[in-house]
Structure formats: C-alpha cells, structure tokens
Design a protein. Sequence first.
Length: 269
Amino acid sequence: MTVLHEGDRYHVRTSALRVSVAGSSSAMPRPGRACSCYVIRSSQAAILFDLGSGSLSNVREALDYSKLDAVLISHMHADHFLDVIPLRYGLKYGPVPQGSRLPLYLPAGGQTMLRQMCAAFASEGPADFLDEVFDVRDFDERSILEIGDLRLTFARTIHYVDTFAIRAAVDGSALVYSSDTAPCDRVVELARDADLFLCECTLGLGTESGARGHSSAAEAGAMATAAGAGRLVLTHFSDEYASSQLEDAAGDRYAGPCSVADDGIELSI
Ligand SMILES: [Zn+2]
Ligand SMILES: [Zn+2]
C-alpha cells in the first residue's frame, strides 16, 4: 500500500509532442489511405511533415487547417507534396479567413518545380497562385529551424532526389521522421535517442537492386537499434505485406516497442 504524505504531489505530464498520422502509404496508396503526411503538434505549434496525395482530407480530420503554423516538405516526390495544391484552394476559398500567409518550407530547388507544375494549370499565374496564401521558403538543412517551441533539424537521406529526414524536439522530447531513405548513417545520427522514430519501410520484406533509395522493415528495425530510439513506428508501406509481417521483420532487428502506422492514429510523447 502506498502511503501518501502531506506535500506529495502528482504530476500529470501532458504530451510534449503529438503526431497525427494523416498519410502512411507509399507512393501507391493503400485502399482508403493517403500518401505521406504527419501532423506534428506541441503546446505552441502545429505543423505538417509532408502533404502527400490524398492526405489533406485526413489532416482535416485531425485539426482545423487554418490553425497550421507551417508545412515542411521533405522532398519533391508527388507522394510527399501533391496536396499542397488542395491546401492552396482551402486557404484561398475556405470558410476560415486566413490572417497571414502560411509558411511553406521546401528543399532547395523545390520552389522551381512547384511553380513550374502550377504554371501548367493556374490561370492566375504560378506566383499569384502560390504566393497569395503561402509564404514559400527554402529550408536550410544545415540550420536549426524554430517554429513556436519546436526545434527542427535535418539530415540528408539516401534517396533518388534531395531528401531530408526531420527531427522535431521540444522540452527534452524528440521524434524523427525518416522521410524516404535507404539505410543511412546520417538518419541514424539524427534519430539518436529519439523517443519516437517514424521510419519508412517501403520495401516491406523485399529488397532493392541498383541504386538504393528505400528501406525494408528489417532495415528500419536495424536503424532504430543503431539510433537507440525509444519506439519504432513503421510507415510509408504498401498493402503487399500484412502489418504483422512488417512488425515481425522489424522486431527481429529491434528489441523496443514496434508498430505500424495507419491513417488516423495518434502518437504521443
Ligand atoms: Zn521519394
Ligand atoms: Zn515516398
């Protein structure tokens, strides 16, 4: 029996970081699921890591999009950025008037690609189409980006185009999102001692020949172990394998808690 003495106090710790998974699929979405997107929330900030095709609908399930403080795009593959377009329509024509332009952080070269794409259909011109509602910026992967109380750092991954894993830290808690990567020491270092490691496992139980750009579930497990991550959540996968197969494969290489992501779930640190 626990005897409570006068002066004992309970500390109810609220989550320092919350992740709402808004898109857990790889480039070909699983039925009813969207491509890469994660809503990251702290006490002072709400941001998106990626905004892949089909994900804005799920973002709207998680929060009022007009409350977003920033959107970060890890790399310029369609399964990571295409829903910037419907978000633009929401910010321009949606029910909630927008107080200021929403910061949209892209990797170097991303602005050129996005503006070229918008130029193909935007009658108002690509500059007006985007800049009316977004404050479009490059992020510098060598610098720390601070948004509210969130401290964001980056690591270049091994992928087919310039791609950056992102670490979000606040009050001694940290999560790392691998984005798309083959097994990568830089991503491991970024994920060092993170409470939560959201790691891609596009290859599932398979392998990749030629130039590497993705990881299997086992390789995700190995990276989580090398990083000393507190918890592994596998993401960016197809419906080729059952969730239990992915968890088992990662679990063979990682002894900590391991699960698969799904659209709509919320993770707390
Ligand atoms: Zn990619
Ligand atoms: Zn991808």
